[in-house]
Design a protein around this ligand. Sequence first.
Ligand code: DC
Length: 663
Amino acid sequence: MFSTEFLDLPPLQSASGTITLPGSKSISNRVLLLSALCQGTTVVHDILDSDDTRVMLAALRQLGCGVNEAGTTVTITGLGGQLQHTQPIEFFMGNAGTAMRPLTAALAVLGGDFTLKGVARMHERPIGDLVDALRLLGCHIEYLGNDGFPPLRIGKPTLKLDQPIQVRGDVSSQFLTALLMALPLAAKNRAIVIEVVGELISKPYIDITLNLLERFGIQVQRDGWQRFTIPAGSSYQSPKTIHVEADASSASYFIALGAIAADGPPVRIQGVGADSIQGDIRFMDAAAQMGAQITSGPNWLEVRRGAWPLKGIELDCNHIPDAAMTLAVMALYADSPTTLRNIASWRVKETDRIHAMATECRKLGAQVEESADWLKVYPLPKNQWKPASIHTYDDHRVAMCFSLAAFNAAHIPVRIEDPKCVAKTFPDYFEALFSITRADTPHIPVICIDGPTASGKGTLASRVAQALGYHYLDSGALYRITALAAIQTGLQLDAAHENTIADLARTLPVRFEGESVWLGSQDVSDAIRTEEAGMNASKVSVLPAVRTALVALQHSFQRLPGLLADGRDMGTVIFPHAPLKVYLTASAAQRAERRHKQLISKGISTTLDSLRADLEARDARDSNRSVAPLKPAQDALQLDNSQLSIEASVDQVLAWWRAKQPF
Ligand code: DC
């Protein structure tokens, strides 16, 4: 997951390959709650690991359910419709509507002393229609803040179930879903009727609810979309095991990706097919109307570019409220305007999504019109795209939608602010995106950092890489590993063995995993960090054939979304066109002091004077050697960090980098 402040997407060129989608948020949270309301254990496979499901799991644990997590499988031991204990409980719902609404209903019917709170945005999301319906039913619910909104306090109910229960259906279908999941708890002796007042929106989500209730033993009778009857004698039965389908709303970004950028082999989406129980799968029809070529099997979709530019459409989006946001960004690539109608519910989602989509599309340069319940997006011609820093409103879908703007023909990068907000439904969204997209190599940014030994360039480079979400190449480590591999093979590190060492270097089975470095199945992280390993690296690094052999490996680190390259000839030989090169210096005295502290902390005894003498000797050798001498690239910016903390150095490099960006 990218937890950086922002993520800069370089201009992207094409897409193809296979991605496996994470589980559906809507199905995951419904299945978790239903499993909790059953008797006995339910094994839930392919559960989504995200903010929303974590909120639900935490709440279920607080209620006394057994929750056992193992990878994407969760085993829930249910309550059997009875609470274990009666102490007051305070639940924190974050911004998870799929947890807040159904839990409110279930807890209100079960009864107890419960407080439900969330983040500030959750306290702005309406829940009044659900509370009204539950109160009519005899539930005790108080508003702790503003009337009609969380936070809520729930007491013990005196259930009155003789009359049909009325609930409004035109603000959020989650209210009806919440009642449908809670009321089987009270239907032992009598049928319970729910009547929907007003037009029911987002009907496909009710279909998901009904489908899952059936899997848990509750056969709801449905008369149109107005009247739902839970038969007398209903009681939850665990299906024992259940698989969560992949998220059809998440599929929309990759369907769009195929339509926009798969002009060769297709984008293949694993985890949902056209027969999904999720309404958002119908996004594929809208995308096809805009030009996507889609084929499908039981659990997969394949998407290619068809019409190009895409075709503008006018569509009632009531049946695909979440996925329809993706159409707004596809509309930028169309030949005529696209109008998305009947989307008033967007205004009460994670953020006001009509406002968010309109504002951010405008930042990219597009003309957009909006009203209370529709949005019209005009195509964006190549010469009008503007570099934009996309604000994401803590809304996963805004972030994922706007990643698609990186395919613009103007080759302008797109900045996504707060990229970690995708964690709500798809924590590894950007990794998945990068795994099946390609950019022209010169578009993938590289920042080079070099400097004398012990200048702190490694720490600086890896911190800057972390701050930007970029890959990190420690080129010195490659020479250290080459030397180690050569010694392990019994080779002398001299010119006589140059070609043999070069052959070794060309096929090094090296892997960087977080802080550790692997050579084949051997963790060599510590072995390559000794002073001796540094000396050996220095010996192999003066052999020209070895340097040449490592070029391809070093180039292979230039991957999306960008690279921090640390080492000797990064800015001069390996990435001469890098847009930012930094040459880090510090006085020999300072460097000796830092190295001294480092060694002492590792329990290695040494003296400051000898370290300083060593460093000065090494500087002289490094600067005067004929092969790859230590010297700044001509266009490098010099940073003397003798008096700077590491944070201040990182900030300086980031400031230089930001100044070079168009945002
Ligand atoms: O940066 P370091 O201490 O890990 O480097 C080890 C040795 O490898 C050092 O002598 C410099 C050399 N080196 C090189 O010649 N070219 C590079 N790109 C990186 C390091």
